[in-house]
Design a protein around this ligand. Structure first.
Ligand code: C2E
Ligand code: CA
Ligand code: CA
Length: 518
């Protein structure tokens, strides 16, 4: 039995509803007779019910039935389902739960990394991927569970009434779903990977017992999961509601924050592992919130994204970074480059490369002084036309390319070579405790061989201790960035910091090494 068939079987109440409707139609034909009898017998109240209230009730029922029919059609042809129909589906399951003394839970599964562009390798591929993902989810659920496409990149699962929906049960299902989704999906001869984020609400945790409340709570948990790493899963609790409302408020303040310069970059230095000379700065977004103080990106980036302003924020960060380069040059400092983080959304903007080229020209800065930091996972989207065109154009114009969080994704040697990567930024997960971890040392030694062969520089991220720095230097990582050098700082602090450092590194390198600074 296919899952679509199962979905149909799961909708058996529909058939009951249709037969109910058939019997209602017969009764409707008797209305005039019944009404006349009631009138003649002096039963005005009964006549009133028959004439006014009952037809209105049936009309309402009819509308609900139409919506329900649409809902079933949507499940069958794979189009996203309207929210109202989704509420009704969950309402039906809740009624069933109450009747059989069972319980249920709703899972909102958001699929990440779908191709976002149009064209041969765009929306069609995204559609095919979503179809496959939905099938895979369906294959690991039980027959009567409802698996519904509820958005372009979202699948909703409503558990069939069951005895328990405690954390163990729910996490067991989540594991099955995520394992099923994580396997590469073959589309047009290419193996593509997608990730998911999941929000869950069980009937017991929902603020009230209705389809709308259960879905809103699962959505709320999903939004919290979206703020965390890949494959994050969150189960709804009341605190989340407050958090999501707060995020919503923050999102309404983004426009103002961008216009008034509250969001701007701080800069974290990158240095040569042995000489200690500055090799660049990374620009990291900060929000100087008038009431909440300094906010870090993990707190506000999702809001910027949901407000649709990530491209504008990128523009602000780039312009401020170019201004910083001009100011460092004027101060007589040698700062070879600034690293700019670009999200997939920005890389999917067809005008990105053009705008970047215009901006560097405008500030009279050589493009080679801008290091575009892209996540390793972005390189896996080598079929995405817009992303690829942007990267190609930027590279041709002379921008440098840094592969960020290296080691956390699955970039292959061919990706590094094909993208013309200048530097790989070794993720902090490889760096943390490397001095005491033989496995990490062997891994980094292997990465070093690969980097040498491809003529790529290694920058170790998140270096915090002298022991880590020494080990990385011994392993041949050429550059490093981390709290051991300096934390990210506002632009105004960068010049005094760089001048002090220049003084320290030129004074006596042996002295510097003895003091453990780099
Ligand atoms: P990332 O690109 O991997 O940036 C490095 C993060 O590690 C920064 O966090 C930095 O403050 C932190 N870090 C640096 N040295 C150390 C260390 O020694 N130890 C530890 N534990 N952490 C260290 P931050 O500034 O909170 O940024 C977080 C992420 O937000 C960045 O990760 C990046 O993915 C994103 N982000 C920051 N600014 C922007 C931006 O302008 N645009 C976009 N699209 N994303 C940004
Ligand atoms: Ca980065
Ligand atoms: Ca990083």
């Amino acid at each position: 039995m296919s899952k679509v068939d199962k979905a149909r079987a799961g909708d058996r109440p529909l058939l009951n509803r249709l037969s109910d409707l058939g019997s209602r139609i017969d009764w409707m034909m008797l209305f005039p007779v019944l009404t006349a009898c009631a009138w003649l017998l002096g039963q005005d109240a009964v006549a009133m019910v028959l004439v006014v209230i009952l037809p209105a009730f049936l009309a309402l029922q009819g509308r609900q039935r139409d919506a329900y029919l649409r809902h079933v059609a949507d499940i069958v042809d794979g189009r996203p389902l309207q929210k109202s129909s989704l509420h009704m589906t969950i309402d039906d399951v809740l009624v069933d739960c109450a009747r059989r003394d069972r319980t249920t839970a709703v899972m909102q599964i958001q699929i990440e990394d779908l191709p976002v562009t149009d064209g041969d390798w765009g929306s069609d591929v995204a559609q095919t991927l979503m179809d496959r993902v939905t099938q895979r989810i369906a294959a690991v659920m039980r027959g009567q569970d409802r698996i519904i496409r509820s958005g372009d990149a979202c699948v909703t699962v409503v558990l069939n009434p069951t005895r328990r929906t405690d954390l163990d049960v729910v996490m067991n299902i989540v594991d099955r779903v995520q394992i099923a989704i994580a396997e590469p999906i073959s589309v047009d001869g290419r193996a593509l990977r997608v990730r998911s984020r999941i929000g869950i609400c069980s009937e017991a945790m929902a603020p009230s017992r209705s389809g709308a409340a259960l879905l809103a709570a699962a959505d709320c948990a999903l939004r919290v999961a979206m703020r965390h790493g890949d494959d994050a899963v969150r189960v709804f609790n009341q605190d989340m509601q407050t958090q999501v409302e707060f995020d919503h408020k923050l999102a309404t303040q983004i426009d103002d924050a961008l216009d008034t310069g509250q969001i701007r970059p701080w800069f974290q230095p990158q240095v040569h592992t042995v000489t200690g000379h500055i090799t660049g700065f990374e620009a990291l977004a900060r929000w100087h919130h008038p009431e909440l103080g300094l906010l870090l990106p993990d707190r506000f980036l999702p809001c910027v994204q949901s407000a649709g302003r990530i491209v504008d924020m990128g523009d602000v960060i780039l312009r401020q970074s170019l201004k910083a380069l001009v100011a460092w040059d004027q101060a007589g400092l040698s700062v070879p480059s600034v690293g700019i983080n670009l999200s997939l959304e920005e890389l999917s903007d067809p005008r990105l490369a053009e705008q970047l080229i215009w901006q560097v020209d405008h500030h009279n800065i050589a493009p080679s002084r801008i290091a575009i930091e892209i996540l390793e996972t972005v390189t896996l989207r080598d079929g995405d036309e817009t992303v690829m065109r942007n990267i190609e154009q930027m590279r041709k114009a002379g921008f440098r390319l840094d592969l960020d969080d290296f080691g956390t994704g699955a970039a292959s040697i061919s990706h590094i070579a094909r993208f013309g990567v200048h530097r790989i930024k070794l993720d902090r997960s490889f760096v943390r405790g490397i001095d005491t971890d033989e496995a990490k040392r062997r891994m980094v030694a292997a990465i070093r061989c690969l980097a040498d062969a491809l003529d790529v520089i290694i920058l170790a991220e998140g270096v915090e201790t002298e022991a880590e720095r020494e080990t990385l230097a011994a392993l041949g990582c050429q550059q490093l960035q981390g709290f051991i050098v300096a934390r990210p700082m506002p632009f105004d602090d960068t010049i005094p910091w760089a001048l002090a450092r220049r003084h320290a590194t030129t004074k006596d390198p042996r002295d510097r090494q003895a003091r453990g600074s780099v």
